[in-house]
Design a protein around this ligand. Structure first.
Ligand code: ADP
Ligand code: ASP
Ligand code: MG
Length: 455
């Protein structure tokens, strides 16, 4: 049985949590692959310090003292004596490079994207070397060597075929020892420059490895007892979901459930490799099992919310021609690398809306005006406008397709709680009902939705 285990930032954040990681991995009955994040909170700190250095501040000197101490304390406490010297040397050389980068930024007073990408990579480069030394008999592999990205508009996305080939070469099966590697970080396939898979991307690294090696199971070890019916930071009585389908987890995560980074699910889903969500701080809890084979499809499996959303709305007679407007709008967005995450039916008649991340709304508006300029001239379209400061609340469950009028039920509940529902998803997905609401009422909207679904 081949398992890939991913431990997030809080799981590798302290001496105590690392003791749990060590016990979990050393307790396995077969060699496994372990993917780790940077020490909890470090990525945020690395970014904040890069920003302040680029403003000319020398605050990085103080931060470097803390960052060094945090890593050294862990090495001193947990790395066996015979490896302490070599691990300290590796980590120190990374720390020195990091400090040089900050010093450079404080002199040039700008923050080039590639310098920021290099800076954030130090987190996983250091944590993976340390964790490999903590786990008895484990080997280390450098993920910069085998996770490759390509440019896609202004993003870096994984080059899946190349990465798959390199993973197969790097992790020869059957494994003879545990192998530890860093999540999140990668290199550009053309330039060799350091890149990453996006915030929260360690989950995705683990999924790419699991899929390339046809692993039997992907375990995501985090700091909660499983996938919950809603974000526990907002909904205090959220419950553990014992089982869910790939599609349900994919929908919940793309609508904001932070427990798994959204691109993670697709590669393992495609290979039918189940995912387990488990708690490093409570390792015997059963967690959540995500697979293709789910019993008891309830009505709604979970609810989630996504902030920083914008909506572009087109009005006029052309919107009655749903097929045409849909495909032209989608194509215009796809050509510009804008991911539309829902098609919405606004409360107003004869209009058509699409929702996208706020950062893309300006460009989306511009492109739609361009695409539909003939119709704007003839009057077939009256207007194309954008609305910012929105959020989406999503209700997800494979059982939803058998429930009639859930959309109406939820809109009624939100409205009676005084929430201004801007739009509701137009049934693009059979598993999700999504409502667009003003950002300042998203928490209330989530509470109302959760209580309607989980009475
Ligand atoms: P890690 O560092 O292990 O990757 P994350 O912080 O990325 O952990 O994800 C785990 C966190 O996700 C939890 O601590 C929890 O606060 C948050 N979360 C949001 N929505 C959910 C949900 N539906 N179920 C479980 N956790 C959730
Ligand atoms: N360390 C990275 C982040 O904080 C990646 C991860 O934790 O998954 O975003
Ligand atoms: Mg995470």
């Amino acid at each position: 049985m081949l398992k890939v285990l991913k431990f997030g930032g809080t799981s590798v954040g302290t001496i105590d949590s690392l003791r749990n990681v060590k016990a979990i991995v050393e307790g396995l009955d077969a060699p496994a692959i372990v993917v780790v994040s940077a020490l909890g909170g470090l990525t945020d700190k690395l970014i904040a310090t890069a920003n302040s250095s680029a403003e000319g501040s020398e605050h990085y000197r103080e931060e470097m003292v803390n960052i060094r101490k945090r890593h050294h304390d862990i090495i001193n406490e947990l790395v066996p004596d015979d490896k302490k010297g070599s691990v300290t040397e590796k980590v120190d050389s990374l720390l020195n490079l990091l400090e040089e980068r900050y010093q450079g930024l404080s002199l040039i007073k700008t923050l080039p994207v590639k310098t920021l990408d290099e800076i954030v990579s130090f987190g996983e480069r250091m944590s993976s070397v340390i964790v490999a030394a903590i786990i008895a008999g484990a080997e280390h592999r450098n993920s910069l060597d085998f996770v490759k990205t390509e440019k896609w508009f202004n993003r870096n996305i994984a080059d899946r075929p190349l990465t798959e080939r390199l993973i197969k070469e790097t992790f020869r099966l059957p494994l003879t020892n545990h192998i530890v590697t860093g999540g999140f970080i990668s290199t550009d396939r053309d330039t060799g420059e350091i890149t990453n898979l996006g915030r929260g991307g360690s989950d995705y690294t683990a999924a790419l490895i699991a899929a390339a090696l046809d692993a039997d199971l992907l375990e995501i070890w985090t700091d909660v007892d499983g996938f919950l019916t809603a974000d526990p930071r907002i909904i205090k009585d959220a419950r553990i979901i014992p089982e869910m389908s790939f599609v349900e987890s994919m929908e919940l995560c793309s609508f904001g459930a932070k427990v798994i980074y959204p691109p993670t699910i697709y590669p393992v889903f495609h290979k039918n490799i189940p995912i387990k969500i488990l708690n490093t701080f409570n390792p015997t809890a059963p967690g959540t099992h995500i697979s293709d084979n789910v019993v008891g499809k309830g009505r709604v499996r979970g609810v989630s919310s996504l902030n920083n959303t914008a909506m572009v709305t087109m009005s006029g007679p052309l919107t009655a021609n749903v097929a045409e407007i849909n495909s032209r709008a989608y194509n215009a967005m796809a050509r510009n690398g804008i991911s539309v995450f829902m098609v919405a039916q606004p409360s107003e008649e004869s209009s058509f809306s699409i929702a996208m991340p706020s950062g893309d709304s300006e460009k989306a508006l511009e492109q739609l005006v361009l695409e539909f300029s003939p119709e704007l001239q003839t009057g077939e379209l009256r207007s194309i406008d954008k609305t910012d400061n929105l959020s989406v609340v999503a209700l997800v469950g494979e059982g939803i397709k058998n429930v009639r009028n859930l959309g109406n039920e939820i809109v009624a509940a939100l409205k009676s709680a005084g929430i201004d529902v801007k739009a509701i998803s137009a049934g693009a997905s059979e598993t999700t009902v999504a409502a667009v609401v003003p950002s300042d009422s998203v928490k209330d909207a989530l509470r109302v939705s959760h209580s309607v679904c989980f009475k």
